[in-house]
Design a protein around this ligand. Structure first.
Ligand code: SAM
Length: 454
């Protein structure tokens, strides 16, 4: 039986089994877990948040930095111990570590039944069938032929939905493990993406975030001749969807056509997360990023000229091999000059099978930590200032639910992706309202209803 697009219903004829999915890493992994949950739901599994009551446990791993990989292994060890007390439990590892290590994980953790990579999520039903019939462990880490297939998903959010539009990455950034864990780029046919988004609109979703490792190098199915800007045009026409976001684009794929498209399409939000990684051209070149600081600035300036209210966030790697104090100061300068609304920053973590892990002049941990602290201080000050500039302005907010920090308040995001807290009601969740910003910190805004103030 197939339940399309993650409907809530499990067939009454199906046995009631439970799956616990532990997710590490980026938004793509979060959505991959939603897709694993969707496929397992079709096999009669309900999600549980209690590993001890699960019939199946999947650890969806991330290998982008060493810490996340270690955490996934540590959880796997814990769940393998649980399996010794509950032999019927099916234990699986998915995601980038699973893809990278394959058979080796199976050897390391006795009791593991299932190891599969991100490109093999669509094979989950087949894997479950094989385990049930043969009760032998399975490793599936080969990319299936053809473009990625549409899979159902159990989505955590009722208002905003992730939509994966492509798999893999063709770039070769010297620090990044993704090309070896997620394989070459494979884009979904545009008609499949439009169909999925139309179903989401029918189900009441208002906002979609398109996902891809280099989302803006989307190319449609082989021979389709569609680029990312074309896809945005097609999705902007889907009735019921009010907001379109995407992550992560690569600066080298920010074409003039895409910039123009972002500026003119009404549903594409005034927000761009554009990973910079470093403000130094020498470091960018050693990273193999394919752009200079000047080129990056041109993209930001071009978008700001067309859409002055556009907000920008970025990723920075601190302490890439060979990064000097001068290089790092150029990064600090870039954060201040560009005035990013938000910066996600990470200490460089050497990864197996990546060129930078073998580079000489690895930066000592103490220097990385000291630079990290300096960047953190600057980022908070810049973000606070940017947010303060919004006090008194009117903003459209999509109501997401109750605020996590104060359950008496509600929370939502502006089109520029700023988190806002305000008074609301349960029945308003999923609605767009206008608010007036009254207070700002570096990470969120407070607001009152716009009508209350006129
Ligand atoms: N594909 C995107 C790009 O590179 O433009 C980013 C995707 S990656 C999941 C998210 C971020 O993790 C990267 O932008 C980078 O800042 C960080 N990252 C990747 N590899 C890293 C490493 N080896 N050490 C530290 N940070 C890393």
């Amino acid at each position: 039986m197939t339940v399309p697009f993650g409907s809530d219903k499990v067939s009454p004829a199906m046995p009631d089994k439970r799956v616990y999915i532990k997710t590490f890493g980026c938004q793509m992994n979060v959505h991959d877990s939603e897709r694993i949950g969707g496929l397992l739901r079709n096999e009669g599994y309900r999600l549980t948040d209690k590993p001890e009551e699960a019939d199946m446990i999947i650890v969806n791993s991330c290998s982008i930095r060493e810490k996340s990989e270690q955490k996934a292994y540590s959880d796997l060890g814990r769940f393998a111990a649980l399996k010794r007390e509950k032999p019927g439990l099916i234990l699986g590892m998915a995601g980038c570590v699973a893809q990278q290590e394959g058979e080796k994980v199976l050897k390391r953790y006795r009791g593991l039944d299932l190891v599969f990579g991100s490109s093999n999520i669509e094979n989950v039903p087949q894997m479950i069938e094989t385990i049930t019939l043969r009760s032998q462990p399975i490793v599936m880490v080969q990319e299936p032929p053809g473009p990625p297939r549409t899979t159902p998903a159990v989505r955590a959010d009722r208002v905003r939905a992730w939509v994966s539009i492509m798999e893999g990455c063709n770039r070769r950034c010297a620090f990044c493990v993704v090309p070896t864990t997620r394989g070459r780029e494979r884009s979904r046919p545009s008609a499949d993406v439009v169909e999925e988004v139309s179903h989401l609109a029918e189900a009441g979703y208002k906002e979609i975030t398109l996902l891809g490792q280099t989302v803006n190098s989307y190319s449609g199915a082989p021979g389709e001749g569609k680029d990312f800007a074309d896809l945005l045009w097609m999705l902007d026409a889907v009735e019921g969807i009010e907001r379109i976001r995407f992550t992560s684009p690569h600066p080298a794929d920010m074409t003039e056509k895409l910039i123009e498209t972002m500026a003119v399409l009404p549903k594409v939000c005034e927000y761009l997360h554009l990973p910079l990684q470093s403000g130094s051209d020498a470091v960018l070149s050693r990273m193999g990023r394919g752009y200079t600081m000047d080129g990056y600035r041109r993209i930001i300036d071009s978008l700001r000229r067309r859409v002055p209210e556009m907000a920008f966030s970025t990723d920075i790697i601190v302490g890439f091999p060979g990064e000097t104090e001068d290089d790092f100061r150029m990064t600090l300068k870039a954060v201040g000059v560009i005035e990013f609304d938000n910066v996600y920053y990470f200490n460089y973590s050497p990864r197996k099978n990546t060129p930078a892990a073998g580079f000489e002049a690895q930066v000592p941990d103490e220097i990385k930590s000291e630079r990290f602290q300096r960047l953190s201080g600057l980022e908070k000050a810049v973000a606070r200032e940017k947010n303060r500039c919004l006090i008194g302005t009117k903003q459209e907010v999509l109501i997401e639910g109750r605020s996590k920090r104060d359950r008496s308040k509600f929370t939502g995001r502006t089109r520029s992706n700023k988190l806002v807290h305000f008074d609301g009601t349960e029945s308003e969740i999923g609605h767009l309202i206008d608010v007036r910003i009254t207070a700002a910190s570096s990470t969120f805004l407070e607001a009152v209803r716009h009508r209350d103030t006129v």
